[in-house]
Design a protein around this ligand. Sequence first.
Ligand code: ADP
Ligand code: MG
Length: 357
Amino acid sequence: MATVSFRKIEKAYGKVKVIHGIGFDIADGEFVVLVGPSGCGKSTLLRMLAGLEEISGGEILIDSKVVNELESKDRDIAMVFQSYALYPHMTVRDNMAFSLKLRRADPKLTDERVNDAARILNLDALLDRFPRELSGGQRQRVAMGRAIVRDPKVFLFDEPLSNLDAKLRVAMRAEIKALHQRLKTTTVYVTHDQIEAMTMADRIVVMHDGIVEQIGTPLELYDRPGNLFVAQFIGSPAMNVIAGTLRGANASTVVEAADTRWPVPPQIGGAAGRSVHYGIRPGDIHLAPNGQGIAAKVIVVEPTGAETELLLQVGDAQLIAVIHGRTAAQPDETVHLAIDPAKAHVFDSASGKRLSQ
Ligand code: ADP
Ligand code: MG
């Protein structure tokens, strides 16, 4: 078990800077997910923690000890990659035992560790098979088994589920989470998939272009995204965002956008006339009875059974609404929208920063 700290971490490849001073702490036993679009620097940050990549600036600490100069093999971490790279000529048992054999660990201890890991991962019956005799999901479990037998201080995962089909990905997501609940090993998990981040993380670090946009629990990021980037990256379908202007004062404040006055939460920072972006999540738009509320033209109706997704036109803006259950609304019809002011988000257009509480 271990804590991890990043302090003002920078990384440059030649003259190109790709990480611009990242700092945050990971608590002992925490499951932290680094999420962000492809190329934002997630793998680079993880590889610096693993000791596979030189650190250009700042410090990384494991258990309060600076590890910048420590070799990868001495950092007591285990990493699982997207390509699980098992040794094809070795059985599952030998693949899992390999790192301990390299370290000349006691064979009895090695056997025990491999058997324990196999039991945890449901691989008991597969120990004598070769990788080619396994499914993709089973191979990924062996890759995790290899990490577990080392009993490391920290687990690192870099997009470990990207090669699996959608159904298996969901199943493995739950397995990794269950594994963490059982072993409680500090874990840093990288993904570009915000749903993976939301479902697995104790805390999420949202990265973008080599910086941290926001750190928080999944629901903190969902309920109070600190800026437009996080607002549109977290949540599916994405938050509706329309450009507008703040009007009125105090209790009568609204956002005027797309020829419409949109309700906002109380205590918005910023004066009337300010350019803002108005945000509302698809699930926070409801159909209002009796023609009250904001008029919208229905463009597309997509029933999925439990919910109905509507593509709507309001003025020159298009919005997505996810209605719980079913609706009789048809394309070209006008419906009316009810929005709870407390569920709306307001961002400063220039800085992208959140203005609502
Ligand atoms: P992510 O894992 O978030 O997709 P990476 O950490 O792999 O992003 O890459 C971050 C940036 O660093 C990208 O712009 C990428 O092109 C660049 N990069 C990564 N590795 C190297 C390298 N070995 N040499 C030069 N540039 C690199
Ligand atoms: Mg990557």
